[in-house]
Design a protein around this ligand. Structure first.
Ligand code: DP6
Length: 330
C-alpha cells in the first residue's frame, strides 16, 4: 500500500441545477446537471485505514464530526473498503478552505476530496469517472468536483452510469468567466438541500416541468459553452436557477430559500443589465445567497454596483478552478 497523500478537491457552482433524486439509495439524480469548478474554494483531506480503532473517525477543521455527516463519510469509505477488499476503519482528517463569507457549499469539495483520498489510501487506482461515482455516494454535487472547468453529471440509470465528466468550452470563456459570490447570510438554512429536493420531487406539481426544463436548458447550454457565447450561458443559467426555485414554491408545504434581499438582487441585476448592457447573470442554490456570473472585464463594475446597492453584503470573486490533486502527507 502506498503512503497516504492529501487529496484536494474544489467546490463547484451549478449552471444547470441538480434538484431531485430518482433513487435516493443509489444517489441517482432526476436530471443531468452542469457546473463550473471554482478556483479559490477547496477541501484538503487525508485518509488513513487502521485496525487500531473500532469505527471510522472524521475531523473537520480539528472538530470531531458525528451523526449524519459522519454517516455520509462512512458510506463512501464502505464502498472503498468493498472495492479494495479491506475491513479496517479509517481516520479522516479534513481542512476546508472555503471562506465562510463565500456562502458556498463545502459538501461538494469535501466529499470529492474524501473519495480521492480514501481510494488512494486503500491502494486503488480509479479513473475520474470512477472517483466521481464514489463521491456521488457522499453528496450529489460532489460528483462534479473531481474534474476542473465545466463538468456535466450524467444522471444515468444505475451506479455505473451515473458519473461526471468535463465538458468542452471555448478557452477564452473558461479563462475569463468570473463568479461573484454575494453573501447575505452565513446561517445554516432551515431546509437542507437533501430534504428540500426530496420534498420538491415528492410533492411539487412543477417537478415534472422542472426536469423537462433542465434537460432542454442543458441541450442549449452545451453548444453555447463550445461557442464561448457568455450571454447565452448566463441567460440559460439564470433561467434554470429560477425554474428550480419556482418548483420549491409549488411544493407541499411550499417553501423558498429566497430572502427579500435575494429577490432584490436578482431583480436589480436584471434591470441594471437591461439598462446598461452589462453581461451579468444571477444563480442561486439552496440558500439565500446569490452568485453572479460575469466576465473579467466587468468585475470592477459589478463590485461598484454591489457596493452602491447592497453595502452590507459580503462579496467574494473567483474563477474557474482545477480538478483533484494530491500532495504528500507531513
Ligand atoms: C442547489 O449535493 O447538497 O446546490 O446530494 O442530497 O447531498 P445531496 O445534495 P447536494 O445538493 C446540491 C443542490 C444545489 C444544486 C447543485 O449543486 O446542482
Amino acid at each position: 500500500m502506498t503512503a497516504p497523500q492529501w487529496a484536494r478537491a474544489h467546490t463547484n457552482i451549478a449552471l444547470i441545477k441538480y434538484w431531485g433524486k430518482k433513487d435516493a439509495q443509489l444517489m441517482l439524480p432526476a436530471n443531468d446537471s452542469l457546473s463550473l469548478t471554482l478556483a479559490d474554494f477547496y477541501t484538503d483531506t487525508l485518509v488513513r485505514f487502521t485496525d487500531s480503532i473500532a469505527t471510522d473517525q472524521f475531523a473537520l477543521d480539528q472538530q470531531p464530526i458525528t451523526g449524519q455527516p459522519l454517516a455520509k463519510v462512512t458510506r463512501v469509505l464502505d464502498q472503498v473498503r468493498q472495492l479494495a477488499g479491506i475491513t479496517a476503519p479509517a481516520v479522516v482528517t479534513s481542512r476546508n478552505h472555503v471562506p465562510t463569507a463565500a456562502g458556498l457549499a463545502s459538501s461538494a469539495s469535501g466529499m470529492a476530496a474524501l473519495a480521492a483520498a480514501a481510494a488512494q489510501a486503500a491502494g486503488l487506482t480509479l479513473d475520474h469517472p470512477a472517483l466521481s461515482r464514489l463521491a456521488r455516494l457522499g453528496s450529489g454535487s460532489a460528483t462534479r468536483s473531481i474534474d476542473g472547468g465545466f463538468v456535466r453529471w450524467f444522471a444515468g440509470h444505475n451506479d455505473a452510469t451515473s458519473y461526471a465528466a468535463p465538458v468542452p468550452a471555448a478557452p477564452p470563456l473558461l479563462a475569463d468567466i468570473r463568479v461573484v459570490a454575494v453573501v447575505f447570510s452565513d446561517q445554516p438554512k432551515a431546509i437542507g438541500s437533501t430534504a428540500g429536493m426530496a420534498r420538491t420531487a415528492a410533492t411539487s406539481s412543477y417537478f415534472p416541468a422542472w426536469t423537462q426544463r433542465a434537460a432542454a436548458d442543458l441541450h442549449r447550454l452545451l453548444p453555447a459553452l463550445n461557442a464561448g457565447d457568455f450571454v447565452q450561458v448566463g441567460q440559460i443559467a439564470e433561467g434554470n436557477a429560477l425554474a428550480m426555485h419556482a418548483a420549491t414554491w409549488a411544493a407541499d408545504p411550499p417553501f423558498t430559500y429566497f430572502l427579500p434581499a435575494t429577490l432584490a438582487l436578482v431583480q436589480g441585476i436584471q434591470v441594471w443589465r437591461q439598462s446598461q448592457g452589462v453581461p451579468v447573470y444571477a444563480t442561486v442554490d439552496a440558500g439565500p445567497n446569490v452568485k453572479l456570473l460575469t466576465r473579467a472585464p466587468h468585475v470592477a463594475a459589478v463590485q461598484r454596483w454591489l457596493a452602491a446597492h447592497f453595502p452590507t453584503a459580503q462579496v467574494v470573486v473567483t474563477q474557474a478552478g482545477p480538478g483533484i490533486s494530491y500532495y504528500p502527507a507531513g
